[in-house]
Design a protein around this ligand. Structure first.
Ligand SMILES: Cc1cc2nc3c(=O)[nH]c(=O)nc-3n(C[C@H](O)[C@H](O)[C@H](O)COP(=O)(O)OP(=O)(O)OC[C@H]3O[C@@H](n4cnc5c(N)ncnc54)[C@H](O)[C@@H]3O)c2cc1C
Length: 387
């Protein structure tokens, strides 16, 4: 397959990040905190915020799925992904199925010759136009309950067609596209995870993606607030530096407040994963808060800089559009609120039935200090609550 100059640039960037050990750092629980801080520093220094969605799709979604997928095929692909040799996409969304994952129509069936076949299409998939391989989530019609199953598909597999890059308002550094599957033969070794494990793989990857997603935004927010603080010292209007005007101060302080809130949640969500006690609710809050904070910060920065803020070379307009895309990519705010509310209800139900939290220190409502198990609340399995 011949690659465009932009695709080649993305592959070279992935190789460089692989050589620097970023993908490896982000994939290991012991180094994930360091990896996320590196993501923030990279974004702080980079002109291109939009490319980070590509990195997060690979490191946050694809790598955790391959790690858990446990097959010889997954192991080889994982090795290539960690080294940055392979650019990967994860395809869940379809034109008719976005927030509602249960509406997925792409289907895995068993043909008369016994082979697995994939049919359907995926839409709005990061890295699709440039990827070497993709992890596709499909309804598994080979099981009675039509569970979700994840399979590895290569961009040059017969029957796979990848459309041209979609034209988005932001995240232009992360090529996004559509893919069609027409009777694609899927060797058994490319099925990831155990039977009926697709949804669990997805949930695992969602948490990883959501704890990584805030960090590039945080790094860029820090940089933009620093720029604003420098600008208001130098820029004079009405014979005075504009830092003296309280309306201007308010924009910077409000941006800082958003940043502190976003960083606090991102740290807590990341800390939970690093301790081996991931919390989906915290990860959702962190992702949604960082994207919202970035929209506020980049918009205020444009205002603080006035006409200088809307100059294309300053890139603040691009960052704002990147942040608007980040609000939707990886699930909208409403989806994240649903996750948080679901987790709070479950936690309360456990407390009512005196069932210990799933993991030590994993209480969302009362924070990390909550006891893992009380004397009068003996541990029972998660299934107990559902009878
Ligand atoms: C830049 C970008 C990159 C992406 N990359 C990928 C990728 O790599 N892989 C992939 O699989 N997908 C990807 N997506 C798709 C993304 O996951 C979906 O866009 C997202 O889940 C929302 O789905 P939707 O766009 O179909 O919106 P819809 O689901 O149609 O939602 C439309 C509106 O309705 C609201 N809504 C929907 N349901 C409810 C509800 N029950 N309660 C309240 N409000 C609701 C939503 O919050 C939203 O405001 C990407 C999206 C973007 C923008």
């Amino acid at each position: 397959m011949t690659r465009s100059a932009r695709d080649t640039a993305l592959h070279e960037r992935f190789l460089a990040l692989g050589r620097d050990g970023l993908f490896q750092a982000l994939s290991d629980t012991s180094s994930i905190e360091d990896g996320c801080r590196r993501l923030a520093r990279l974004a702080h220094a980079s002109e291109d915020l939009g490319v980070f969605l590509s990195i997060i799709a690979a490191a946050g979604l694809a790598v955790p799925i391959l790690r858990r997928g446990a097959s010889a095929h997954a192991e080889q692909l994982l090795e290539d992904a960690l080294a940055g040799r392979a650019v990967l996409a994860v395809a869940i969304t379809e034109r008719g199925a976005g927030s509602d994952v249960a509406a997925i129509r792409t289907t895995l069936t068993r043909a008369a010759d016994g082979s697995l076949r994939l049919d359907g299409s995926k839409w709005h998939i990061t890295n699709a136009p440039a990827c070497d391989a993709m992890i596709v989530f499909a309804v598994d019609a080979t099981t009675d309950d039509r569970w979700l199953t994840a399979v590895v598909v290569y961009a040059d597999d017969p029957g796979v067609r990848v459309g041209p890059e979609l034209s988005l308002i932001g995240c232009k550094g992360s090529p996004t596209g559509e893919i069609w599957f027409d009777d694609v033969r899927v060797p058994e070794g490319r099925v990831l995870g155990r039977a009926r494990e697709g949804r669990a793989l997805l949930d695992l990857a969602f948490v990883r993606e959501r704890i990584l997603a805030p960090w590039p935004l945080i790094g860029k927010m820090e940089r933009v607030i620093e720029d604003c603080l420098d600008h208001v010292e130098e820029r004079e209007q009405f014979g005075r530096p504009i830092h003296e005007f309280q309306y201007v101060q308010d924009k910077i302080v409000s941006s800082f407040e958003e940043l502190v809130y976003a960083r606090h949640l991102a740290e807590r969500a990341l800390g939970a994963v690093a301790r081996g006690a991931p919390q989906a609710g915290l990860a959702s809050l962190a992702k949604a808060a960082a994207a919202d904070a970035a929209v506020v910060t980049f918009r205020f920065a444009i205002e603080v800089f006035g006409a200088h803020g809307v100059q294309a070379e300053r890139r603040y307009g691009d960052y704002l559009q990147d942040a608007l895309c980040a609000q939707i990519a990886g699930g909208t705010r409403e989806t994240h609120k649903k996750v948080v509310f679901g987790e709070l209800r479950l936690e309360r139900a456990r407390a009512r039935h005196r069932i210990a939290p799933r993991r030590a220190g994993s209480t969302l409502l009362r924070g990390e200090g909550a006891p893992a198990r009380t004397e009068d609340a003996p541990a029972r399995t998660e299934d107990t609550i559902h009878g």
